[in-house]
Design a protein. Structure first.
Length: 331
């Protein structure tokens, strides 16, 4: 069967190009406030492909005077305008981008490194040339710099087993902090403005970046779990058993010991598009001990129904857990 694609089914690249064109248009021709900036930052920082598309189209707009005639008409509601404008802009951008590559743009792109992603529920292993290994957890975005000794965890969680090189220490950066290895096995999780570092073996240094320089670097040793925000760093020590549980996702399971049902559901939701919803606060405080596959949303639902006596109902892509009639669930 031949590979045929209709014009009504755009590729992922087409969609990125169209959104990038829309952002260029908004920045040049519309009012730009804090909300627009926040939305733009979230979009462009979520993928290297987004950044490349935007820079290419914006460069074309800035450097090619021929595009002046393509400015949008006032107060138009023509749905076809954006596509027409984006198509013309993309064509001109190609000329400018080729020129940029010959003038050093290629070295800039190489310096940005390689972007790796995992989907919801995904697991990916990266083997580095020096023997180091990185395992990416669900719904994660990691950029590995071309030097091979620096990574930027944009989102999600990863396990790092790093070969130490005193002359070239390995660093992992998140939004506000970086971890510098001192011969180390550790995990880094970055979400909602918070960085969590679990030190399994060796030593690592957790350092603030930018305006958080008032924070002191923290030296982590095995068993340390550091949670860093823009304002503070807290460090607790966990036994080996707990550390093993925290990286059980590498084996495809999640281990819960005296965990609340809310916490268990929240962790499983990270790995699945089908979501567990806790309908009652008392239900959420119920304690659970279980080992559940990372794709085991329905497993936890069965435990809630059969072992806890909860009412389990399905609503679209959600599984609702709640008290069964007037029964009170213990906490």
């Amino acid at each position: 069967m031949s590979d045929m694609r209709s014009e009504s089914s755009p590729t992922a690249t087409d969609v990125i190009e169209e959104v990038a064109a829309a952002w260029v248009r908004r920045r040049h021709f519309e009012l730009w406030g804090a909300r627009a900036q926040a939305e733009f930052d979230a979009w462009i920082n979520s993928s290297l492909a987004h950044e490349v598309a935007y820079l290419r189209l914006d460069a074309a707009w800035s450097r090619t005077e021929r595009l002046a005639a393509l400015r949008p008409p006032k107060k138009t509601a023509d749905d076809g305008f954006l596509i027409h404008w984006k198509t013309a802009l993309s064509a001109a951008a190609g000329i400018v981008f080729v020129a940029a590559l010959s003038a050093g743009g290629l070295s800039y792109m190489q310096a940005r490194g390689t972007l790796y992603t995992t989907p919801v529920g995904g697991h990916r292993t990266l083997l580095l040339s020096d023997g180091s290994r990185i395992e990416m957890n669900t719904n994660s975005v990691l950029r590995l710099e071309s030097s091979g000794r620096s990574a930027f965890l944009e989102r999600g969680e990863a396990y790092f087993d790093i070969k130490h090189d005193a002359a070239h220490p390995f660093t992992v950066r998140t939004d506000k902090h970086r971890v510098v290895d001192v011969g180390t096995i550790f995990t880094v999780r970055s979400d909602a403005g918070k960085t969590r570092v679990t030190l399994i073996e060796g030593e690592a240094r957790l350092e603030p970046i930018g305006s958080e320089q008032a924070q002191r670097p923290a030296l982590l040793t095995p068993g340390d779990v550091a949670i860093a925000t823009a304002d503070a760093v807290s460090i607790t020590r966990e036994p080996t058993k707990i550390l093993t549980k925290e990286v059980s996702w590498r084996r495809g399971v999640l281990v819960f010991e005296n965990a609340t049902l809310s916490d268990a559901a929240g962790e499983l939701n990270r790995y699945n598009t089908q979501k567990l919803v806790i309908a009652d606060a008392a239900v959420g405080r119920t304690r659970i001990d279980a080992s559940i596959p990372i794709n085991g949303v329905e497993v936890l639902a069965r435990i809630a129904r059969d072992a806890m006596g909860l009412r389990v109902t399905q609503r679209g892509n959600e599984i609702i857990l709640q008290e069964n009639g007037g029964r009170t669930v213990g906490n």
